[in-house]
Design a protein around this ligand. Structure first.
Ligand SMILES: [Zn+2]
Length: 145
């Protein structure tokens, strides 16, 4: 098994950070091309670290230390303690196929069965912000947990 390595990249356009394995070169949030000038915020070797670093990078600087402490002590994302976010994170996980991959179509059909009117795009973007998902192609994401 090859050693996995990911980076946390900050988009030059929207300033939101996302996880990247270097294969996908567009910002998942605004579609801006991620070039060599994009700021690499952190380099990590595990899914858990990537989730944590993305969450930390998207938190205002003055709150980061608090968040880092919290994440380290509970090993959980703070937002997961909110019931709504937790429920939606579960939908994202449930819509993954046997390879842990997700498409907008799969997620949309799952959301439809839950009588929710949230857009699959919004849910994906939320999951990406939390470092739960990594985009692997134009319309395909992989679960990091
Ligand atoms: Zn962006």
């Amino acid at each position: 098994m090859t050693k996995k390595q990911w980076v946390v990249v900050r988009c030059n356009a929207c300033r939101i950070c996302h996880g990247s394995n270097g294969r996908y070169k567009k910002c998942p949030h605004c579609g801006n091309k991620i070039g060599e000038t994009a700021e690499i915020v952190a380099t990590v070797n595990s899914d858990a670290e990537l989730r944590m670093e993305v969450a930390i990078a998207n938190t205002p600087a003055e709150l980061r230390d608090t968040l880092r402490d919290k994440l380290r002590s509970t090993d959980k994302l703070v937002s997961h303690s909110e019931p709504q976010a937790f429920k939606m994170a579960k939908w994202v996980q449930q819509s993954a196929d046997e390879n842990g991959e997700i498409t907008l179509q799969r997620l949309s059909s799952l959301i439809a069965t839950k009588n929710s009117d949230i857009a699959a795009e919004d849910l994906i973007s939320m999951a990406e912000t939390q470092g739960m998902l990594l985009r692997i192609s134009e319309n395909r994401w992989t679960l990091l947990e």
